[in-house]
Design a protein around this ligand. Sequence first.
Ligand code: ZN
Length: 316
Amino acid sequence: MPDNQVLISEVGPRDGLQNCSAIMDTETKKRWITALAASGIREIEVGSFVSRKLLPQMADTATIVAHARTIPGLEVAVLVPNLKGAQMAVEAGAHKITLPLSVSETHSIRNIRRTHDEVIEEAERISALIASLPQDQRPHFEGSLSTAFGCTLEGPIPEAVILTCAERLMQAGCDEVGLSDTTGYGDPASIRRLIRSVRAVVGVENLTGVHLHNTRGLGLANALAAYEEGISTFDCSQGGLGGCPTAPGASGNIVTEDLVFMFESMGVSTGIDLPSLLEARQILAEGMPDETLYGFVPDAGLPLGFKQARATVPAE
Ligand code: ZN
C-alpha cells in the first residue's frame, strides 16, 4: 500500500458488541454494517464464531456474514477461537479469519482454555482446512498476537515468548500475524520496538496490521507510531464501542471517527467519507441506547474548511 493510504478495519460489530451487555438485534447490525461500508470502510470484522452460551451477542454471526457478503467490495472478517469456528466461518463465506493467540499463556488458558501448543495445533488444523478448499474460496488467515504489550494477569510478557509465538503461527500456516494491544498497555515506544522485533522474525510483509485499544488514552499516539513504522492496517471501532470494565471512562478500541480524522488531516487517505461515517454512528447510537459512545470528532464536528485526503494512487 502506498505511503499516503491506510486500510481501516472496523471491528465494532465484533470487538465492540461482544463487550456490551446489551445485544444488538440482527436487523440493526445489518443496517449499521451497510452504513459503515457505504461510508467507504472496506474491511469489517462482523462477528465471531464462538459458543452462543459464552457470547450470545455473536449468535447471529453466520447471518451477518451472509449479509455483509452482499455488499460489493467489502472484505468480511471474523474472529474464531478454534477449528470449529473456522469451519463455520468457511461455510458462511468469510473472506478473512483471525485466530487470536494470547502471548500470555495464563490469559490464553483463561480466555479460550488452551495452552500455546494447543492454539498452534488449532492454527495448523485451520490452515489444513483452508488448503483443502479451491484456491478462489480460501479465506485470508491471520494469527493475532493478543496481549502483546502486557497482560492484566501476567503483566509484561518477555519479548522472546512473543517472537516464538509469531514464528510458530507463521510455521503453522498463517498468511500473516497481527499485533494486538488487548489491554491498552502499549505506548508509542513499545509499539515501535515490538513491530521491529516481530518483523525481524516473520518478515516485513507478514506484519501489516495492529489492533490497538485506547484504554489509557494512548490509542492515537500508538496508531501514529505504528503508521510511521510502516503499518498499513488499523483496527478500530466506531464510538470506541465496548468500553473496558477495568478502566472506567476509557473507550475500548481506538475510535474509528477520530482515527480516520487523524489520517485524513495528515493527508493520508482512508477512502472513508467522514460525514457518512458520522451518519453510521447514528444507527449505532439508536441500536445501543445504553452504551456510551466515545470520540472527539463526533462531539466537536469537522473543522471549517476541512478537506479529506486524496490518495495519489486510486483505489481499485
Ligand atoms: Zn480488542
